[in-house]
Design a protein around this ligand. Structure first.
Ligand SMILES: Nc1nc2c(ncn2[C@@H]2O[C@H](COP(=O)(O)OP(=O)(O)OP(=O)(O)O)[C@@H](O)[C@H]2O)c(=O)[nH]1
Ligand SMILES: [Mg+2]
Length: 344
């Protein structure tokens, strides 16, 4: 019986063949097993996949996978994965509950979150994936929590306005034991020197970076803005934190300050939104492509389809830096909000 393997399966298979680390191989194999058409013709192949998966799981852990073989990861969705990191009871779950459709447990007592809960936070016509996590604390933290932190594109370090400095010190110290360094995202630096095309700001090592470490771009989110004294405390904190960290204060109970989180996250991700249009048609303003700051027309084409990129002759651009419909080449750098018509 023919196996009739689908394009989705073949894509996963290609990822498996291209995979370098055990972790990547395992992820691809698991995906292959998940999407393989389940019928008699594929039974042998399914069995083969299962045996390769269990072999990889038993294999001694490679460096990339850590002590436990393979890393846990939540598949990223939307324009970036934001991991919520912080000491117990600082309001991480309350933020995810307020900003997304997810319903993580919010409780008055500390250590209430035991599992990871992803949810999508809309931001205009795009969205960011927030991942609520168990707290980082002196007590035992399960290893997969660190895996998920490592997997994030950006961290919101969620701290209570009552003791943000103590909380930050704790989190930085515990994460560094696990080779994760929180890197303050800096608004001014990002605006002053956009990264080279194809590179994210975080790819540029600002200092000597240790191999195997995760350098996680981070913002501070101070919760409890509604609490008495909060505003006075913040004036002092502003001076202490201001130079090093970009931070924002929120009150999840009243919703105050939550609006700023989307803008900050968008800026910190270092991305632009680009819309495409077909010749003679209106642009598709529903679903923008998100690309790194500094991305070019050529990169947009490659994001859409390798073939389009290959046959690209020129593009027409409607944007802030060009006149409407201006003819541009593949090297043209795009800006947020641009509308592009690709001509092959
Ligand atoms: N007044 C006030 N209370 C808040 C705020 N954010 C969260 N809380 C309350 O603080 C308590 C803890 O909130 P959670 O969201 O469960 O905190 P968490 O950080 O997820 O806690 P763990 O999962 O245990 O680490 C709950 O009673 C929330 O209602 C806020 O901005 N202001
Ligand atoms: Mg929680």
């Amino acid at each position: 019986m023919p196996a009739n393997l689908t394009p989705v399966y073949k894509e996963a298979e290609a990822r498996y063949k291209a995979a370098v680390t055990g972790e990547e191989k395992l992820a691809a194999l698991e995906e292959m097993l998940r999407v393989i058409p389940k019928h008699k013709g594929t039974e042998k192949l399914q069995a083969d996949l299962r045996s390769r998966i269990s072999k990889l799981k038993r294999a001694p852990a490679g460096k990339a996978g850590g002590a436990h073989g393979h890393s846990y990861r939540i598949p990223a969705e939307g324009a970036g994965q934001v991991v919520l990191v912080g000491p117990p009871n600082t309001g991480k779950s309350a933020l995810v509950a307020r900003l997304t459709h997810a319903e993580p447990l919010v409780a008055e007592y500390p250590m209430s979150t035991r599992e990871a809960t992803p949810g999508m936070m809309p931001f205009g016509d795009i969205s960011f994936q927030l991942v609520d996590l168990p707290p980082v604390c002196e007590e035992h933290v399960e290893y997969w929590v660190y895996d998920l932190i490592r997997g994030g594109d950006l961290a919101w370090v969620v701290l209570s306005v009552d003791d943000p400095l103590g909380g930050l010190e704790l989190v930085e110290r515990l994460l560094e034991k696990k080779a994760v360094k929180l890197v303050p995202w800096r608004r001014a630096a990002a605006a002053a020197e956009p990264p080279a095309p194809g590179k994210h700001a975080d790819d540029e090592p600002a200092e000597e970076r240790r191999p195997g470490w995760k350098y996680l771009s981070s913002l501070l989110v101070l919760t409890g803005l509604d609490r008495p004294q909060a505003r006075e405390d913040l004036t002092i904190l502003a001076e202490l934190l201001g130079a090093d960290w970009v931070w924002t204060a929120v009150a999840s109970v009243t919703g105050e300050g939550l609006g700023a989180l989307g803008d900050l996250t968008f800026d910190a991700r270092g991305i632009i939104r680009v819309y495409t249009k077909e010749p003679g048609h209106d642009p598709d303003l529903e679903r923008p492509f998100t690309l790194p700051v500094g991305a070019t027309v050529g990169q947009l084409a490659r994001t859409i389809h390798g073939e389009i990129a290959e046959h690209l002759k020129y593009a027409r651009l409607w944007g802030k830096t060009t006149f409407d419909g201006q003819r541009v080449k593949s090297e043209q750098v795009l800006t947020d909000g641009d509308v592009v018509e690709l001509r092959a």
